[in-house]
Design a protein around this ligand. Sequence first.
Ligand SMILES: [Zn+2]
Length: 248
Amino acid sequence: MTEPIPDETRGETHDETHDEAHGGALASRLNWLRAAVLGANDGIVSTAGLVVGVAGATDDRSTLLTAGLAGLLSGSMSMAAGEYVSVSTQRDSEKAALALERRELREQPQAELEELTELLEERGLSREVAREAAQQLTERDALRAHARVELGIDPDELTNPWHAAWASFFAFTVGALLPLLAIVLPAVAWRLPVTVVSVLAALVATGWGSARLGAARPAPAVLRNVAGGALAMAVTYGAGVLLGAVGV
Ligand SMILES: [Zn+2]
């Protein structure tokens, strides 16, 4: 741990820290984008399954519209509520961790300086450089330094639960609108083909998009996504036809 590090390695360490800061911001933007694509995907699949199922049982347009709209609203609100709860909980635990850190910094600044020094050493700095860096970071903004190095969070960029909730609501709604419009707009004979084709095409796009944003291979993601959506529509359509046939 206390071994001195050669100069050239020290230079690289600085560059890595620099890249990491940019990488972090980019990663968080990509995460948001990916969450939006996945939210839209949920809206597409769940609403498509719903309206195709109802279309298996009835030709009545206003029934289809009512079912589709109810599905859109309940899905988007449940996504938003779920996101709100999960982000709030995460934020609460981050705030609690920051409060504890703040207290520790106030009550035992010397131990905290030593802790920060050791954490920086673990990241590859020599003892002296780590101590110097820890001192500078502590003078500038001790809480922020500990939040970043020790807790891995940025105290200025805690996720807002309302933003997360609205984003999910919006993403799901945009996705759900596609099967809803595809089933109610065309003439009766065209409803199913138009809905199935447009839904599968959209699932190709969202599968490809989420794979690319997650730096995964697109082909398997597209296949899984399209297969999942096709299965959902097949199952609910089968159920709708059965229920329609027995006159429930
Ligand atoms: Zn600390």
